[in-house]
Design a protein around this ligand. Sequence first.
Ligand SMILES: C[S@@+](CC[C@H](N)C(=O)[O-])C[C@H]1O[C@@H](n2cnc3c(N)ncnc32)[C@H](O)[C@@H]1O
Length: 179
Amino acid sequence: MAVSAGGKFKYPTGKAGAEALGYDNNLIRNSQNELLESFCGVGNPFGIAKIAPGAQVLDIGCGAGFDLLVASNLVGGKGKVCGIDLTEAMVNRATRNMALASVTNVEIRHVDREEIPYPDQIFDVVISNGVINLSPRKSALFREILRVLKPGGRLQFADIIRRKESAKSLRPNPEAWAQ
Ligand SMILES: C[S@@+](CC[C@H](N)C(=O)[O-])C[C@H]1O[C@@H](n2cnc3c(N)ncnc32)[C@H](O)[C@@H]1O
């Protein structure tokens, strides 16, 4: 059964979101429905700079895995993509989605805090899409990102920031923060 992100967020998600954010149309056309419909990125981290074939990439907050699939296609058979997510259900879903897409250069791990379960200086690129804003420990997360990046490596992330104070009634509501 496809689990859709549709209607759960205040921005376009799923296929409409991927199209609006300028993701590759061929990839969108060829993606499994379940994978595409769960996409809930807020931007397109791949538009910032080209990721080279053979690169080692980490996706922080991989969700159901659409950005993993994009990265997997870019790095090819000689590269590797690692995805981490705070939610076990998303790790399971991404793992299943990668298997359905017959992707073999991606590994996915569950994390329970802002610690990245990889050694120092092993990634060429860290990507993230709509995740860092959710972290209450942003400085710790940025320190971890810097630790795992190779010298000269880069962070390509898309995210949302608030320009105004949020309404008092929304502050204790985690669902409102996530939407
Ligand atoms: C906006 S979605 C990510 C979209 C995803 N890149 C895609 O392709 O659909 C946010 C994800 O980040 C995860 N998350 C939130 N905080 C996190 C953290 N500190 N570390 C890892 N994952 C986190 C959530 O569980 C959720 O699956």
